[in-house]
Design a protein around this ligand. Sequence first.
Ligand SMILES: [Zn+2]
Length: 446
Amino acid sequence: MTPTGPVRVLAALVLCTKLLAAQAVTPTPAAGPITAIKAGRLIDPATGTTLTNQVILVQNGRFTAIGTGIVIPRDAQVIDLSAMTVLPGLVDAHNHLALTYKDVPERNSYYITTILDDTPLRAIQAVSNGIQMLSSGFTIVRDMGNNGKYADIALRRGIEQGWVPGPTIIPSGLIIAGMGGQFSPNPEMAFERRIVYPEYLEADTPDEIIKAVRQNALVGARVIKICVDCKLWGYTTEEIKLVISEAAKAGLRVEGHVQSVAGAHRAVDAGIWSIAHDNGMNDTIHRIMAQKHIFRAGTETPASLVGHTTEARFKQTVAMLRNGWENKVPLTFSTDADYYVPGKTRGEVAIEFIETWKAAGIPAPDILRAMTTVGYEVSETTSTRGPISVGMFADLIAVPGNPLQSIDALRDVRFVLKNGLVFKRDGVMTPAAFFNGGPVNGVNAR
Ligand SMILES: [Zn+2]
Protein backbone atom coordinates (compact mmCIF):
# COMPACT_ATOMS: atom_id res chain seq x y z
CA MET A 1 0.00 0.00 0.00
CA THR A 2 1.31 3.51 -0.84
CA PRO A 3 1.78 6.06 1.94
CA THR A 4 -1.20 8.00 0.61
CA GLY A 5 -3.60 5.18 1.53
CA PRO A 6 -3.47 5.53 5.34
CA VAL A 7 -3.40 9.32 5.04
CA ARG A 8 -6.64 9.28 3.06
CA VAL A 9 -8.24 6.95 5.58
CA LEU A 10 -7.11 9.24 8.38
CA ALA A 11 -8.59 12.28 6.61
CA ALA A 12 -11.87 10.45 6.21
CA LEU A 13 -11.85 9.54 9.89
CA VAL A 14 -11.25 13.16 10.87
CA LEU A 15 -14.21 14.17 8.70
CA CYS A 16 -16.41 11.51 10.32
CA THR A 17 -15.39 12.67 13.80
CA LYS A 18 -16.32 16.25 12.86
CA LEU A 19 -19.71 15.12 11.61
CA LEU A 20 -20.32 13.19 14.82
CA ALA A 21 -19.28 16.20 16.89
CA ALA A 22 -21.74 18.36 14.95
CA GLN A 23 -24.54 15.88 15.70
CA ALA A 24 -23.65 15.83 19.37
CA VAL A 25 -24.44 19.51 19.86
CA THR A 26 -28.07 19.18 18.74
CA PRO A 27 -30.44 20.56 21.40
CA THR A 28 -31.76 18.30 24.12
CA PRO A 29 -35.17 16.77 23.34
CA ALA A 30 -38.24 18.80 24.21
CA ALA A 31 -39.82 18.19 27.59
CA GLY A 32 -42.25 15.29 27.37
CA PRO A 33 -45.80 15.03 28.66
CA ILE A 34 -46.39 15.42 32.39
CA THR A 35 -48.05 12.81 34.57
CA ALA A 36 -49.58 13.92 37.87
CA ILE A 37 -50.23 11.27 40.54
CA LYS A 38 -52.54 12.04 43.43
CA ALA A 39 -51.33 9.89 46.34
CA GLY A 40 -53.72 9.44 49.27
CA ARG A 41 -50.88 8.15 51.41
CA LEU A 42 -47.18 8.27 50.47
CA ILE A 43 -44.78 6.05 52.41
CA ASP A 44 -41.09 6.73 52.95
CA PRO A 45 -39.75 3.29 53.96
CA ALA A 46 -36.39 4.72 55.03
CA THR A 47 -38.05 6.52 57.94
CA GLY A 48 -41.24 4.47 58.22
CA THR A 49 -43.32 7.64 57.88
CA THR A 50 -46.45 8.41 55.86
CA LEU A 51 -47.52 11.69 54.26
CA THR A 52 -51.10 12.24 53.11
CA ASN A 53 -52.62 13.90 50.04
CA GLN A 54 -49.43 14.29 48.07
CA VAL A 55 -49.07 15.24 44.42
CA ILE A 56 -46.26 13.62 42.46
CA LEU A 57 -45.28 15.06 39.08
CA VAL A 58 -43.38 12.95 36.55
CA GLN A 59 -41.79 14.09 33.30
CA ASN A 60 -39.29 12.46 30.94
CA GLY A 61 -39.19 9.37 33.14
CA ARG A 62 -38.24 11.15 36.36
CA PHE A 63 -39.88 12.67 39.42
CA THR A 64 -39.98 16.47 39.00
CA ALA A 65 -42.05 17.58 42.00
CA ILE A 66 -43.50 15.97 45.14
CA GLY A 67 -45.57 17.55 47.91
CA THR A 68 -48.84 19.18 48.89
CA GLY A 69 -50.16 22.26 47.18
CA ILE A 70 -48.39 21.50 43.92
CA VAL A 71 -50.26 22.94 40.96
CA ILE A 72 -51.14 20.25 38.44
CA PRO A 73 -50.41 21.54 34.92
CA ARG A 74 -53.57 21.75 32.80
CA ASP A 75 -52.26 19.34 30.15
CA ALA A 76 -51.02 16.72 32.64
CA GLN A 77 -52.32 13.17 32.62
CA VAL A 78 -53.84 12.77 36.09
CA ILE A 79 -53.73 9.41 37.87
CA ASP A 80 -55.93 9.35 40.95
CA LEU A 81 -54.48 7.11 43.67
CA SER A 82 -56.06 9.16 46.46
CA ALA A 83 -57.66 6.03 47.94
CA MET A 84 -54.35 4.12 47.82
CA THR A 85 -51.00 3.90 49.55
CA VAL A 86 -48.14 4.85 47.22
CA LEU A 87 -44.64 3.58 47.94
CA PRO A 88 -41.32 2.94 46.17
CA GLY A 89 -40.86 -0.23 44.15
CA LEU A 90 -39.73 -3.48 45.76
CA VAL A 91 -36.34 -5.20 45.39
CA ASP A 92 -35.63 -8.92 45.21
CA ALA A 93 -31.92 -9.05 46.00
CA HIS A 94 -31.48 -12.62 44.75
CA ASN A 95 -33.50 -14.19 41.95
CA HIS A 96 -32.78 -16.27 38.85
CA LEU A 97 -35.12 -15.02 36.16
CA ALA A 98 -33.65 -17.20 33.41
CA LEU A 99 -34.02 -20.43 35.36
CA THR A 100 -37.28 -22.23 35.97
CA TYR A 101 -36.98 -25.76 37.20
CA LYS A 102 -40.12 -27.73 37.80
CA ASP A 103 -41.53 -31.05 38.89
CA VAL A 104 -42.29 -32.32 35.39
CA PRO A 105 -40.16 -33.47 33.72
CA GLU A 106 -37.01 -32.77 35.75
CA ARG A 107 -38.25 -33.42 39.29
CA ASN A 108 -36.99 -30.01 40.39
CA SER A 109 -33.37 -30.88 39.59
CA TYR A 110 -31.94 -27.68 38.20
CA TYR A 111 -28.96 -29.43 36.73
CA ILE A 112 -31.37 -31.27 34.42
CA THR A 113 -33.07 -27.96 33.57
CA THR A 114 -29.74 -26.63 32.34
CA ILE A 115 -29.53 -29.54 29.91
CA LEU A 116 -33.15 -29.35 28.75
CA ASP A 117 -33.43 -25.58 28.29
CA ASP A 118 -30.99 -23.70 26.06
CA THR A 119 -30.01 -20.09 26.65
CA PRO A 120 -32.36 -18.55 24.02
CA LEU A 121 -35.34 -20.31 25.61
CA ARG A 122 -34.18 -19.26 29.05
CA ALA A 123 -33.84 -15.64 27.92
CA ILE A 124 -37.49 -15.78 26.83
CA GLN A 125 -38.43 -17.25 30.22
CA ALA A 126 -36.50 -14.40 31.83
CA VAL A 127 -38.55 -11.80 29.95
CA SER A 128 -41.76 -13.44 31.15
CA ASN A 129 -40.51 -13.86 34.72
CA GLY A 130 -39.37 -10.22 34.73
CA ILE A 131 -42.83 -9.06 33.68
CA GLN A 132 -44.37 -11.25 36.39
CA MET A 133 -42.04 -9.72 38.99
CA LEU A 134 -42.85 -6.18 37.86
CA SER A 135 -46.56 -6.92 38.09
CA SER A 136 -46.03 -7.87 41.76
CA GLY A 137 -44.27 -4.56 42.41
CA PHE A 138 -40.60 -5.58 42.06
CA THR A 139 -38.94 -2.75 40.15
CA ILE A 140 -35.37 -3.96 40.82
CA VAL A 141 -34.13 -7.55 40.68
CA ARG A 142 -30.59 -8.68 41.36
CA ASP A 143 -30.18 -11.64 39.05
CA MET A 144 -27.52 -13.78 40.62
CA GLY A 145 -26.31 -16.33 38.07
CA ASN A 146 -27.53 -19.70 36.83
CA ASN A 147 -28.89 -17.96 33.77
CA GLY A 148 -27.37 -20.03 30.97
CA LYS A 149 -24.82 -18.09 28.94
CA TYR A 150 -25.55 -14.56 30.16
CA ALA A 151 -29.31 -14.49 29.57
CA ASP A 152 -29.48 -12.16 32.61
CA ILE A 153 -27.35 -9.55 30.86
CA ALA A 154 -29.39 -9.89 27.66
CA LEU A 155 -32.50 -9.32 29.77
CA ARG A 156 -31.08 -6.16 31.28
CA ARG A 157 -30.16 -4.83 27.84
CA GLY A 158 -33.53 -5.77 26.36
CA ILE A 159 -35.34 -3.87 29.10
CA GLU A 160 -32.94 -0.90 28.92
CA GLN A 161 -33.32 -0.64 25.17
CA GLY A 162 -37.08 -0.57 25.42
CA TRP A 163 -37.93 -3.92 23.81
CA VAL A 164 -39.86 -5.26 26.78
CA PRO A 165 -41.03 -4.05 30.19
CA GLY A 166 -39.35 -5.42 33.27
CA PRO A 167 -37.59 -4.55 36.50
CA THR A 168 -34.17 -2.91 36.49
CA ILE A 169 -31.88 -5.92 36.42
CA ILE A 170 -28.58 -6.08 38.32
CA PRO A 171 -27.03 -9.09 36.57
CA SER A 172 -24.08 -11.09 37.85
CA GLY A 173 -23.35 -13.03 34.68
CA LEU A 174 -21.87 -16.47 35.24
CA ILE A 175 -21.15 -17.52 38.81
CA ILE A 176 -17.40 -17.76 39.35
CA ALA A 177 -16.51 -20.97 41.11
CA GLY A 178 -13.85 -23.60 41.40
CA MET A 179 -13.96 -26.65 39.18
CA GLY A 180 -17.41 -28.18 39.08
CA GLY A 181 -19.25 -25.11 40.31
CA GLN A 182 -22.23 -26.15 42.38
CA PHE A 183 -22.47 -29.48 40.59
CA SER A 184 -20.52 -32.71 40.91
CA PRO A 185 -19.79 -33.45 37.28
CA ASN A 186 -18.59 -36.83 36.09
CA PRO A 187 -15.19 -37.02 34.35
CA GLU A 188 -16.59 -36.86 30.81
CA MET A 189 -18.45 -33.70 31.72
CA ALA A 190 -15.77 -32.00 33.78
CA PHE A 191 -12.69 -32.73 31.70
CA GLU A 192 -13.90 -33.54 28.18
CA ARG A 193 -16.99 -31.29 28.14
CA ARG A 194 -18.97 -33.93 26.27
CA ILE A 195 -22.18 -32.84 27.95
CA VAL A 196 -23.45 -29.29 27.91
CA TYR A 197 -22.05 -27.48 30.93
CA PRO A 198 -22.82 -23.81 30.79
CA GLU A 199 -23.62 -22.57 34.25
CA TYR A 200 -20.31 -21.68 35.91
CA LEU A 201 -17.17 -19.80 35.08
CA GLU A 202 -14.54 -22.08 36.55
CA ALA A 203 -11.57 -20.37 38.18
CA ASP A 204 -9.17 -22.29 40.40
CA THR A 205 -5.98 -20.24 40.30
CA PRO A 206 -5.30 -16.51 40.84
CA ASP A 207 -4.81 -15.97 37.09
CA GLU A 208 -8.07 -17.74 36.33
CA ILE A 209 -9.87 -15.72 38.99
CA ILE A 210 -8.69 -12.42 37.50
CA LYS A 211 -9.65 -13.50 34.00
CA ALA A 212 -13.07 -14.71 35.14
CA VAL A 213 -13.90 -11.40 36.82
CA ARG A 214 -12.79 -9.52 33.71
CA GLN A 215 -14.86 -11.79 31.45
CA ASN A 216 -18.04 -11.04 33.39
CA ALA A 217 -17.25 -7.33 33.55
CA LEU A 218 -16.49 -7.28 29.83
CA VAL A 219 -19.90 -8.58 28.82
CA GLY A 220 -21.88 -6.36 31.18
CA ALA A 221 -22.16 -7.82 34.69
CA ARG A 222 -23.17 -5.23 37.31
CA VAL A 223 -22.13 -7.37 40.26
CA ILE A 224 -19.76 -10.32 40.61
CA LYS A 225 -20.95 -13.54 42.21
CA ILE A 226 -18.63 -16.20 43.49
CA CYS A 227 -19.23 -19.54 45.06
CA VAL A 228 -17.17 -19.32 48.25
CA ASP A 229 -17.46 -22.90 49.46
CA CYS A 230 -19.34 -25.02 46.95
CA LYS A 231 -16.54 -27.54 47.23
CA LEU A 232 -14.68 -28.50 50.39
CA TRP A 233 -11.57 -26.62 49.27
CA GLY A 234 -13.46 -23.48 48.23
CA TYR A 235 -11.83 -20.06 48.01
CA THR A 236 -9.39 -18.84 50.65
CA THR A 237 -9.69 -15.41 52.25
CA GLU A 238 -6.81 -14.23 50.05
CA GLU A 239 -8.52 -15.52 46.91
CA ILE A 240 -11.77 -13.77 47.85
CA LYS A 241 -9.79 -10.57 48.41
CA LEU A 242 -8.37 -11.00 44.92
CA VAL A 243 -11.88 -11.28 43.47
CA ILE A 244 -12.92 -8.15 45.37
CA SER A 245 -9.94 -6.07 44.25
CA GLU A 246 -10.24 -7.17 40.64
CA ALA A 247 -13.98 -6.51 40.61
CA ALA A 248 -13.38 -3.07 42.16
CA LYS A 249 -11.28 -2.09 39.14
CA ALA A 250 -14.45 -2.48 37.07
CA GLY A 251 -16.53 -0.70 39.71
CA LEU A 252 -18.24 -3.91 40.78
CA ARG A 253 -19.09 -5.38 44.18
CA VAL A 254 -18.92 -9.07 45.08
CA GLU A 255 -21.60 -11.36 46.43
CA GLY A 256 -20.60 -14.71 47.87
CA HIS A 257 -22.72 -17.82 47.81
CA VAL A 258 -21.91 -19.26 51.22
CA GLN A 259 -23.08 -22.58 52.61
CA SER A 260 -20.81 -23.22 55.60
CA VAL A 261 -19.72 -21.35 58.71
CA ALA A 262 -16.07 -21.68 57.65
CA GLY A 263 -16.93 -20.17 54.26
CA ALA A 264 -18.82 -17.34 55.94
CA HIS A 265 -15.78 -16.54 58.09
CA ARG A 266 -13.54 -16.34 55.03
CA ALA A 267 -16.07 -14.16 53.19
CA VAL A 268 -16.51 -11.65 56.01
CA ASP A 269 -12.78 -11.60 56.73
CA ALA A 270 -12.16 -10.72 53.09
CA GLY A 271 -14.70 -7.90 53.34
CA ILE A 272 -17.25 -9.16 50.84
CA TRP A 273 -20.20 -6.88 49.83
CA SER A 274 -23.02 -9.36 50.41
CA ILE A 275 -23.61 -12.96 51.41
CA ALA A 276 -26.24 -15.16 49.79
CA HIS A 277 -28.08 -17.85 51.78
CA ASP A 278 -28.22 -18.45 55.50
CA ASN A 279 -26.54 -21.86 55.82
CA GLY A 280 -23.29 -20.36 57.09
CA MET A 281 -24.90 -17.79 59.37
CA ASN A 282 -24.65 -17.76 63.16
CA ASP A 283 -24.58 -15.17 65.90
CA THR A 284 -20.84 -14.49 65.54
CA ILE A 285 -21.04 -14.07 61.78
CA HIS A 286 -24.04 -11.77 62.16
CA ARG A 287 -22.14 -9.55 64.58
CA ILE A 288 -19.26 -9.22 62.14
CA MET A 289 -21.64 -8.55 59.25
CA ALA A 290 -23.35 -5.78 61.21
CA GLN A 291 -20.02 -4.24 62.18
CA LYS A 292 -18.67 -4.35 58.61
CA HIS A 293 -22.04 -3.49 57.02
CA ILE A 294 -22.11 -6.68 54.93
CA PHE A 295 -25.51 -7.24 53.33
CA ARG A 296 -27.39 -10.43 54.10
CA ALA A 297 -29.37 -12.01 51.27
CA GLY A 298 -30.60 -14.96 53.28
CA THR A 299 -33.05 -16.39 50.68
CA GLU A 300 -35.49 -17.45 53.39
CA THR A 301 -37.82 -20.01 51.80
CA PRO A 302 -41.24 -20.08 53.51
CA ALA A 303 -42.83 -23.34 54.62
CA SER A 304 -45.87 -22.41 52.53
CA LEU A 305 -43.89 -23.19 49.36
CA VAL A 306 -44.33 -26.90 49.95
CA GLY A 307 -41.50 -29.09 48.74
CA HIS A 308 -38.94 -26.27 48.69
CA THR A 309 -38.04 -26.44 52.37
CA THR A 310 -38.69 -28.72 55.34
CA GLU A 311 -40.25 -27.87 58.67
CA ALA A 312 -36.92 -28.25 60.48
CA ARG A 313 -35.07 -26.18 57.91
CA PHE A 314 -37.76 -23.50 58.03
CA LYS A 315 -37.47 -23.24 61.81
CA GLN A 316 -33.72 -22.79 61.51
CA THR A 317 -34.20 -20.18 58.76
CA VAL A 318 -36.66 -18.22 60.90
CA ALA A 319 -34.36 -18.33 63.94
CA MET A 320 -31.37 -17.15 61.93
CA LEU A 321 -33.34 -14.34 60.27
CA ARG A 322 -34.49 -13.23 63.69
CA ASN A 323 -30.91 -13.34 64.95
CA GLY A 324 -29.72 -11.27 62.00
CA TRP A 325 -32.40 -8.67 62.69
CA GLU A 326 -31.56 -8.57 66.42
CA ASN A 327 -27.90 -8.02 65.53
CA LYS A 328 -28.84 -5.18 63.17
CA VAL A 329 -27.34 -6.84 60.10
CA PRO A 330 -28.28 -5.01 56.86
CA LEU A 331 -31.06 -7.36 55.79
CA THR A 332 -32.19 -7.56 52.18
CA PHE A 333 -35.31 -9.30 50.93
CA SER A 334 -34.13 -12.18 48.75
CA THR A 335 -35.85 -15.24 47.41
CA ASP A 336 -33.56 -17.37 45.25
CA ALA A 337 -36.80 -18.00 43.31
CA ASP A 338 -35.84 -20.21 40.40
CA TYR A 339 -38.67 -22.74 40.20
CA TYR A 340 -42.24 -23.04 39.06
CA VAL A 341 -44.99 -23.26 41.67
CA PRO A 342 -48.27 -24.32 40.01
CA GLY A 343 -50.83 -21.52 40.11
CA LYS A 344 -48.37 -18.79 41.03
CA THR A 345 -46.49 -16.23 38.96
CA ARG A 346 -42.81 -15.68 39.69
CA GLY A 347 -43.84 -12.44 41.39
CA GLU A 348 -46.35 -14.26 43.60
CA VAL A 349 -43.70 -16.82 44.52
CA ALA A 350 -41.36 -13.98 45.52
CA ILE A 351 -43.92 -12.11 47.61
CA GLU A 352 -44.74 -15.36 49.43
CA PHE A 353 -41.37 -15.02 51.19
CA ILE A 354 -42.83 -12.37 53.51
CA GLU A 355 -44.26 -15.36 55.42
CA THR A 356 -40.79 -16.20 56.72
CA TRP A 357 -40.23 -12.61 57.82
CA LYS A 358 -43.58 -12.57 59.61
CA ALA A 359 -42.73 -15.88 61.31
CA ALA A 360 -39.50 -14.30 62.56
CA GLY A 361 -41.56 -11.60 64.27
CA ILE A 362 -39.90 -8.77 62.36
CA PRO A 363 -42.03 -5.59 62.43
CA ALA A 364 -43.68 -4.61 59.14
CA PRO A 365 -41.72 -1.31 58.78
CA ASP A 366 -38.44 -3.27 59.01
CA ILE A 367 -39.61 -5.86 56.48
CA LEU A 368 -40.58 -3.05 54.13
CA ARG A 369 -37.19 -1.40 54.62
CA ALA A 370 -35.47 -4.66 53.66
CA MET A 371 -37.67 -4.82 50.54
CA THR A 372 -36.92 -1.23 49.50
CA THR A 373 -34.26 0.98 51.11
CA VAL A 374 -31.73 -1.76 51.87
CA GLY A 375 -32.50 -3.31 48.50
CA TYR A 376 -31.47 -0.07 46.75
CA GLU A 377 -28.30 0.01 48.84
CA VAL A 378 -27.22 -3.51 47.93
CA SER A 379 -28.15 -2.79 44.29
CA GLU A 380 -26.22 0.50 44.41
CA THR A 381 -29.12 2.46 42.94
CA THR A 382 -29.88 4.69 45.94
CA SER A 383 -28.88 7.90 44.15
CA THR A 384 -30.60 7.05 40.85
CA ARG A 385 -33.52 4.74 41.38
CA GLY A 386 -35.70 3.58 44.24
CA PRO A 387 -36.57 6.43 46.62
CA ILE A 388 -39.48 8.63 45.54
CA SER A 389 -37.66 11.96 45.37
CA VAL A 390 -37.12 14.68 42.79
CA GLY A 391 -34.59 13.81 40.11
CA MET A 392 -34.84 10.05 40.54
CA PHE A 393 -36.16 7.67 37.89
CA ALA A 394 -39.91 7.49 38.39
CA ASP A 395 -40.63 4.02 39.75
CA LEU A 396 -43.45 3.51 42.25
CA ILE A 397 -46.24 1.15 43.20
CA ALA A 398 -49.58 1.45 44.99
CA VAL A 399 -51.63 -0.86 47.20
CA PRO A 400 -55.04 -0.42 48.84
CA GLY A 401 -53.81 -1.29 52.36
CA ASN A 402 -50.93 0.05 54.42
CA PRO A 403 -47.78 -2.14 54.42
CA LEU A 404 -46.40 -0.29 57.45
CA GLN A 405 -49.27 -1.84 59.41
CA SER A 406 -49.59 -5.17 57.61
CA ILE A 407 -46.90 -6.33 55.22
CA ASP A 408 -49.53 -8.55 53.58
CA ALA A 409 -50.80 -5.38 51.88
CA LEU A 410 -47.98 -6.00 49.37
CA ARG A 411 -49.81 -9.07 48.09
CA ASP A 412 -52.24 -6.72 46.33
CA VAL A 413 -50.19 -4.39 44.12
CA ARG A 414 -52.73 -2.54 41.97
CA PHE A 415 -50.56 0.08 40.30
CA VAL A 416 -46.99 0.05 38.96
CA LEU A 417 -45.09 2.95 37.40
CA LYS A 418 -41.68 2.18 35.85
CA ASN A 419 -39.50 4.89 34.33
CA GLY A 420 -42.52 7.17 34.43
CA LEU A 421 -44.62 4.81 32.31
CA VAL A 422 -47.75 3.10 33.63
CA PHE A 423 -47.21 -0.66 33.63
CA LYS A 424 -50.18 -1.70 35.77
CA ARG A 425 -53.37 0.16 36.63
CA ASP A 426 -56.46 -0.92 38.57
CA GLY A 427 -54.80 -4.31 39.08
CA VAL A 428 -54.41 -4.98 35.34
CA MET A 429 -51.14 -4.93 33.38
CA THR A 430 -51.22 -2.20 30.71
CA PRO A 431 -47.73 -2.47 29.19
CA ALA A 432 -48.37 -1.05 25.70
CA ALA A 433 -46.14 1.99 26.27
CA PHE A 434 -43.17 -0.30 26.90
CA PHE A 435 -43.19 -1.93 23.46
CA ASN A 436 -41.27 -0.18 20.73
CA GLY A 437 -40.46 -0.97 17.12
CA GLY A 438 -36.81 -0.27 17.73
CA PRO A 439 -34.36 0.14 20.58
CA VAL A 440 -34.72 3.21 22.74
CA ASN A 441 -31.28 3.46 24.23
CA GLY A 442 -30.57 5.21 27.47
CA VAL A 443 -34.12 5.23 28.79
CA ASN A 444 -33.42 2.97 31.71
CA ALA A 445 -29.95 4.00 32.87
CA ARG A 446 -28.94 2.83 36.29
ZN1 LIG B 1 -29.42 -18.46 43.99
